[in-house]
Design a binder for this molecule. Structure first.
Ligand code: ADP
Ligand code: MG
Length: 273
């Protein structure tokens, strides 16, 4: 008799898509027999296990879709090493609220200060808070858009990059854009404007974006849309990689700590615009 009920419970659980508990029903029942929780506690535990399993699965899938180049988390980030970073702002961004209101994030700084690390970590936090994310380098993004244009698939490709709630574009400005690429980038930014968030990391101050895009007017139009609803993080400091090498005695210590990125972006500040 109890075997029949057991089979029926498994079937109910499966029909309700409570797969985690369905697969572990015996273990769940054995534990309940040992611990003797109240009916309410038992129900609470079973449902919580299922919800946690579903969340883990959703995050794993979201992380896979996002195509992060490596695993980086905020917990691993040493804020004390980069005092120029507004830690409160980073923690606020990790709540994913900026994505719900389609705001952008710009991370400025010289090489090695943790821009990509923060971009991945914030991207992951966005997945955890239930948002769709796609991570790409600026170079890969532009190559994909240019290829799509040549093949007459630009509309599809722009749609592809417009869909995720958060699009992370890493390393903007390391290579200057060709004129055509700059126009394609503008189209993407214009399309996402007030609809989906962009998180961009760059080693170039906004005053240098004219040179990056090879066109002052176009750069101004791009910046206008990017900065309208945005948060900026300006990292000024020593490269973390160099710090590790210095620690190991591979290179001499710095005479005085100084970031390669002098001055602040002309139109960006730490507050929300
Ligand atoms: P950037 O993108 O600014 O050039 P990265 O994010 O690639 O720099 O950082 C270089 C390396 O140093 C990465 O392995 C990153 O995880 C690590 N790193 C940088 N800053 C920190 C930090 N403050 N705490 C922990 N690791 C850091
Ligand atoms: Mg980087």
């Amino acid at each position: 008799m109890s075997a029949i009920i057991h089979a029926r419970v498994v079937e109910h659980l499966q029909r309700l898509r409570l797969g985690f508990v369905a697969e572990r029903l015996d273990a769940v029942l054995n534990e309940a027999a040992t611990r003797e929780p109240t009916y309410l506690d038992f129900l609470d535990q079973v449902l919580r296990q299922e919800i946690e399993a579903k969340q883990r699965k959703r995050v794993a899938m979201g992380v896979q879709i996002a195509h992060f180049p490596t695993v980086k988390t905020l917990d691993e980030f040493e804020f004390k090493f980069q005092p120029s970073i507004d830690q409160r702002l980073v923690r606020e961004l990790a709540t994913g609220r900026f994505i719900s209101s389609a705001e952008n994030v710009l991370i400025f700084g010289p090489p090695g200060v943790g821009k990509t690390h923060l971009a991945i970590a914030l991207g992951r936090a966005a997945v955890e808070t239930g948002h769709s994310v796609l991570f790409t380098s600026a170079t890969a993004l532009l190559a994909a858009l240019a290829k799509a244009e040549t093949e007459g698939q630009l509309a599809d490709r722009l749609l592809f990059y417009s869909k995720p709630k958060l699009l992370v574009i890493d390393e903007l400005g390391y290579l200057p854009f060709e004129r055509r690429s700059a126009h394609l980038f503008f189209q993407l930014v214009a399309r996402r404007y007030e609809r989906g968030s962009l998180l961009i990391t760059t080693n170039q101050l906004v005053t240098q974006w004219g040179a990056v895009f090879g066109d002052e007017v176009l750069a101004a139009a791009i910046l206008d849309r990017l900065l309208h609803h945005s948060h900026t993080l300006i990292i000024q400091g020593d490269s973390y990689r160099l710090k590790q090498k210095r620690k190991a005695g591979l290179i001499p210590p710095m005479p005085h700590p100084q970031g390669a990125l002098a001055g602040e972006p002309a139109r960006a500040d730490r507050r929300k615009h």
